[in-house]
Design a protein around this ligand. Structure first.
Ligand SMILES: NC(=O)c1ccc[n+]([C@@H]2O[C@H](COP(=O)([O-])OP(=O)(O)OC[C@H]3O[C@@H](n4cnc5c(N)ncnc54)[C@H](O)[C@@H]3O)[C@@H](O)[C@H]2O)c1
Length: 284
């Protein structure tokens, strides 16, 4: 979709991090912005920030794991600016813990409901009209390098992101089969400087309490502090937004923002075809 000016972009998880940077980048490209997020306070601040930057913006509080909420968001987008041309299914959380721990299933479900079902709902609810209006359209699904490489202690996150990669590849092939004008991209960054390491802030209260994430646990876990350090060492959100902008304009499917991570994808493919058991490696 080469011409963006005057068209409409819908972005989930836009109150923070990558989503807010995407809103700035596509606003600067002259698009109308429809932004959604589960955090109402930060969403209000982001909306003011985007509006002050001179962009036309409409905002709605939204839980992407709620199908009816996504349906209402689609109606809100059409009522605000008419046809939708760009959908960024970006909202996501990081949580999980060891596969052997049966007590963390609620954290697994929460993560997969948002990161995978939220993207599935977004695609299914928005796609029909985006194909039918015929003005050109593009969907960007936010996955991760965790959608290609399976770091330990990240089970639900890995599952959700592999799912987003698989969904996006399937969609791209189906759009080609159907000869539509809808482009598809999948965003697969390694670490980016955002608030992802504090995703717990959006956990339902009962899940927070069950896992001592309501302030009742005095120590930050070792895994948590490693993740915080890695996220802090990541690339700026503006770099990711620029890569997404270029992929939309040039109709590129894969958005890999961390070239230093890509050899690990090749290595994993080689291990699969050579029948080598998974080695203990990270994904950076
Ligand atoms: N930061 C990284 O290192 C990194 C790396 C790879 C992929 N990602 C992915 O990028 C996406 C954006 O995350 P981020 O890093 O900007 O983190 P972030 O926490 O800064 O932003 C995520 C936003 O999503 C919102 N959100 C959470 N649950 C929601 C829900 N149920 N409905 C609607 N909104 C919800 C949050 O309130 C927040 O504003 C996620 O999908 C994440 O998995 C991040």
């Amino acid at each position: 979709m080469q011409e963006l000016s005057g068209k409409t972009a819908v972005i989930t998880g836009a109150a923070s991090g990558i989503g807010l940077a995407l809103a700035h980048r596509f606003g600067a490209a002259g698009m109308n912005l429809v932004v959604g997020d589960i955090e109402s306070g930060p969403l209000d601040l982001a909306t003011t920030e985007l509006s002050d930057a001179g962009y036309d913006v409409a905002a709605m509080e939204l839980d992407v794991s709620d199908l009816d909420g996504i349906r209402a968001f689609e109606s809100f987008a059409r009522e605000s600016f008419g046809n939708v041309h760009l959908l960024c299914n970006n909202a996501g959380v990081g949580a999980g813990g060891p596969v052997a721990d049966m007590d963390n299933l609620d954290l697994w479900k929460w993560t997969i409901d948002i990161n995978l079902w939220g993207v599935i709902y977004g695609c299914k609810v928005f796609m029909g009209a985006m194909i039918e209006h015929g003005e050109g359209a593009h969907i960007v699904n936010t996955a991760s390098m965790a959608g290609h490489l399976s770091a330990p202690m990240m089970g639900p996150y890995n599952i959700s992101k592999y799912g987003v990669v698989a969904l996006s590849e399937t969609m791209a092939k189906e759009m080609a089969m159907m000869q539509t004008t809808l482009g598809v991209s999948v965003l697969c960054p390694a670490f980016v400087q955002t608030k992802i390491a504090t995703s717990d802030r959006n956990l339902p209260d009962e899940v927070k309490a069950a896992h001592g994430r309501d302030g009742s646990a005095s120590e930050t876990s070792g895994t948590q502090s490693v993740i915080e350090r890695l996220v802090a060492s990541g690339i700026p959100t503006a770099d990711v937004a620029e890569a997404v902008h270029d992929a939309v304009v040039n109709d590129e499917f894969w958005i890999l923002t961390h070239p230093e991570s890509t050899p690990a994808i090749t290595e994993r493919a080689r291990q699969i075809v050579d029948g080598i058991n998974p080695p203990l490696t990270g994904f950076v």
